[in-house]
Design a protein around this ligand. Sequence first.
Ligand code: ADP
Ligand code: ASP
Ligand code: MG
Length: 412
Amino acid sequence: MPVLVMKFGGTSVANIDRIRRAAKRVGVEVAKGYDVIVIVSAMSGKTNELVGWVNETSPMYDAREYDAILSSGETVTAGLMALTLQEMDVPARSWQGWQVPLKTNSAHSAARIEEIPTDNINAKFGDGMRVAVVAGFQGISPEGRITTLGRGGSDTTAVAFAAAFEAERCDIYTDVDGIYTTDPRIASKARKLDKIAFEEMLELASLGAKVLQTRSVELAMRYNVKLRVLSSFEEQSDNAGTLVCDEEDIVESNVVSGIAYSRDEAKMTLVSVADRPGIAAAIFGPLSDAGVNVDMIIQNIAEEGRTDMTFSCPTDQVKRAEKALNGAKESGEINYHDLIADTDVAKVSAVGIGMRSQSGVAAKMFKTLSDEGVNIKVIATSEIKISVLIDRKYMELAVQALHDVFELEKTA
Ligand code: ADP
Ligand code: ASP
Ligand code: MG
């Protein structure tokens, strides 16, 4: 029988009533003749609550225990979804990550999927089971410990299952009815897209649009998974939501197709480091070893052999970064006068494949921000994106102003 993957995010399984509604949708697909793999997230707010407990207990926590704790949210919803389906006379069984087993590497809290054997679940499908409910976000390391795939990781579980089981489609049910030109919660003029290219979605996701986890888009692109994002609250139809597809399948698009933001950025400046060959390696090596995800980097022009080095990283990694840099200073690998952390910044980015062939986007973006009185602290560009770091209090204003100036409310 053809296989369909249906993923339900946190708000779609937020309580028993919502789980019932989601299960009904699954029942509709089963009635159409699909064998369904349902991937569930934890109830909304649950994972954040668990993170809070971990931090309260141990700020520099052991990531193996963090994963053991965080994975529990999905364990609960998987069991509840299976029970709900059984109550509706749909033969269903739940699977935790280790039971599949969804094999990952050992990078706890940000593990990568290495293999999903299909035989266990396929054998059950062969025995008459119609729905395999799989706890999203969880896996098992080569050492036999529970891993998690990073925040938002259930999206990646879903796409990986769709690839492994050669599913006809991977439907991501969430609390918005598709992918928009920007987050509809902060820009009322955001426009829903019928289609978006993999590459654009990849950039938007990696720049903060949390509607899909970056890795899920990467996997969908690599394995040609038909990936759709749609609402679990609205009526279903065959062309609902947004399809993530190849660039060639999109007829026309704007130069800038979307604006993304990331609220949880921090800017760190090493004041007065020696400007010598190898200094960048001496700074960023220990940061990388400590698991700090450095994003933007600027090195100032040196004066009298010394310079300032600025980089950005997620706010919750500031403590780790400080520890790593202080350690490198104490051991004499680097020398700096001061380390300043600014945790009140946000990153705003404009993304569009059209930027490859059209110039002037950066100038227009900088002018718009300047007209709004927003100071740009760091800039980073690539072929199809421009990102700026600004004071967090201006983030929403900046997103709205850029959405207006690039006329994203209009179709191309
Ligand atoms: P789920 O719990 O279903 O995984 P998430 O909260 O992870 O849902 O992702 C959905 C949210 O992503 C939306 O509520 C919306 O606020 C946010 N979002 C950010 N950027 C976009 C965008 N460009 N289009 C749609 N939603 C977006
Ligand atoms: N529950 C996890 C999180 O909140 C994974 C997910 O929902 O995708 O990050
Ligand atoms: Mg999500």
